[in-house]
Design a protein around this ligand. Structure first.
Ligand code: SF4
Ligand code: SF4
Length: 496
């Protein structure tokens, strides 16, 4: 067992109001620079929708992530040999139109326009060419168009639905949407790190944050292709690639990343997870229908004496172990089984987990008793407005049962709490749901508390910085583990 620590995240989608405050906080701190205007290290997209960059989830277009080759994995479209073949023209690279052309407005015209009969206007001007332009796309364009079916129908996940199922979904009274905020997942098996010919990307030993060394980056842009989430970006002004740094200077001083700190919906949670690095390659290589469970199993119980012993042997500080024990991410992901990784089939083992949105389910009130199980205990979930196949395509590599189990647990908490606070839910329903999901009322109350009333310190359990553990834990060493392109460095004894 090779115990490592990872700063991980949970986003609770039922709470996201799509206000984009997170995106603006990040933009103001990190990407308000020449060459970075089009970058949104934190972006919020609308689902169903095509996202940013357009259709980023479609690896037939972008060839990102890993593919399984027997007991191992190899990069799908990047890597040294494939990369060399495409050195002069990489057909899998998103172009500016796939993101959008960033713009500002000629605000000065509002003040300098001559007096006339018309209201003066500030025309949009391209931040790339400086020319006036017609705005045709933006980082949250689907949202600007109010979840328009024109975009929703182009959602890559729709391919998992039959045409008949899609028609039902787009009936006016059934149409719905939810927001999907995204940042870099600081993956356990980061395709970006493995793809870089210059070895510029690395994963920090003390917290698992994935960074790009600007000194070593040689603008190959393999990381842009390799990242299936398209969270590595090329700065056309500096000629270097850039990505989310999880606000590591803030983390090191005990503060939450800016997008977390500013989140209006309080949907974000951050904490340490301990995991077994010996299992990364094996987990990344399991068949698709086992990948979610395999990833869940790689995270370790921070209260287990054996895990603690191995963690200490590996130089993990007591304060980090303590942070892992208090981690809200550990609770949501491992203990309560409420949060799932986005597109686990990309095999990068992402460390950002989502509590899926419990979409509008309609109940009835008969004789003053609220009843949401109008069609059997879980009828509301079986007929949820966003088909289970769609949610499974997002969060469980197509396994509908996995998503359904999460939604049932969320629904159980909702019924239990409504029974406690309003008292108008059929008692039999609550008890049947608790029994079916094997949840006790104390757990349901704990989930409710962390979801709704949690304080700042409960949502963000940030371990004290341990720069003495600083080592580039995982960097592109090319051939250390078979042909996968990644490997672990030996960890030095603590204190070195
Ligand atoms: S999401 Fe994963 S693969 Fe993409 S840039 Fe972040 S660490 Fe790399
Ligand atoms: S700030 Fe929070 S609530 Fe607002 S869009 Fe971002 S994640 Fe959603």
């Amino acid at each position: 067992m090779d115990v490592r620590s990872q700063v991980s995240m949970v986003f609770h989608l039922d709470k996201c109001i799509g206000c984009h405050t997170c995106s603006i906080a990040c933009k103001n701190i990190w990407t308000d620079r020449k060459g970075a205007e089009y970058m949104w290290w934190n972006n919020v997209e609308t689902k169903p929708g095509t996202g940013y960059p357009t259709k980023w989830e479609d690896q037939n277009i972008y060839q990102g992530g890993w593919e399984r080759n027997g007991d191992s994995v190899s990069l799908k479209g990047a890597g040294k040999l494939r990369g060399l073949k495409n050195i002069f023209h990489n057909p899998y690279m998103p172009v500016l139109d796939d993101y959008y052309e960033p713009w500002t407005y000629k605000y000065q015209d509002l003040f300098t326009a001559p007096e006339g009969n018309d209201q003066p206007t500030a025309r949009p001007v391209s931040l790339v060419t400086g020319e006036t332009m017609d705005v045709k796309a933006g980082p949250n364009w689907d949202d600007d168009l109010g979840g328009s079916p024109d975009y929703a129908r182009q959602d890559v996940n729709m391919q998992k639905l039959t045409p008949a199922e899609q028609e039902v979904m787009f009936q006016l009274e059934r149409m719905t949407l939810h927001y999907l905020p995204r940042i870099c997942n600081h993956c356990l098996n980061p395709a970006c790190v493995a793809s870089c010919p210059s070895g510029a990307l690395y994963k920090r030993g003390e917290d698992g944050v994935v960074l790009i060394n600007q000194e070593r980056c040689r603008a190959w842009r393999m990381c842009v292709t390799a990242c299936p989430y398209k969270k590595s970006y090329y700065n056309w002004h500096t000629g270097k690639s850039e990505k989310c740094v999880l606000c590591y200077p803030r983390l090191e001083s005990g503060q939450a990343p800016a997008c977390f700190h500013s989140c209006v919906g309080r949907i974000r949670y951050l904490g340490v997870m301990l995991y077994d690095a010996d299992k990364i390659e094996a987990v990344a290589s399991v068949p698709e229908d086992q990948i979610v469970q395999a990833q869940m199993d790689i995270y370790l119980d921070p209260f287990d004496p054996k895990v603690i012993e191995e963690a200490k042997k590996n130089g993990i500080a007591d304060s980090t172990i303590e942070a892992a024990q208090k981690s809200p991410v550990y609770k949501f992901v491992k203990l309560w089984k409420l949060a799932l990784p986005l597109h686990p089939e990309f095999r990068t083992l992402p460390n950002l987990f989502y509590v899926p949105a419990l979409l509008p389910s309609v109940g009835t009130v008969n004789n003053g008793i609220y009843n949401s199980n109008t069609n059997g205990l879980w009828g509301g979930i079986d007929t949820t407005r966003l088909p289970m196949k769609y949610l499974a395509s997002l969060f469980s590599a197509g396994n509908t049962e996995t998503v359904a189990e999460v939604l049932k647990r969320l629904m159980t908490v909702r019924w239990h709490r409504r029974n406690v606070t309003v008292g108008d839910v059929d008692e039999k329903t609550v008890n049947a749901a608790l029994e079916d999901t094997k949840m006790d009322t104390a757990t349901a109350d704990a989930i409710f508390r962390l979801t709704t009333l949690a304080t700042f310190d409960e949502r963000f359990v940030i371990p004290p910085a341990h720069r003495e553990e600083s080592i580039e834990m995982l960097e592109n060493t090319g051939d250390v583990k078979g042909n996968t392109g990644f490997g672990f460095k030996e960890r030095p004894a603590r204190g070195l």
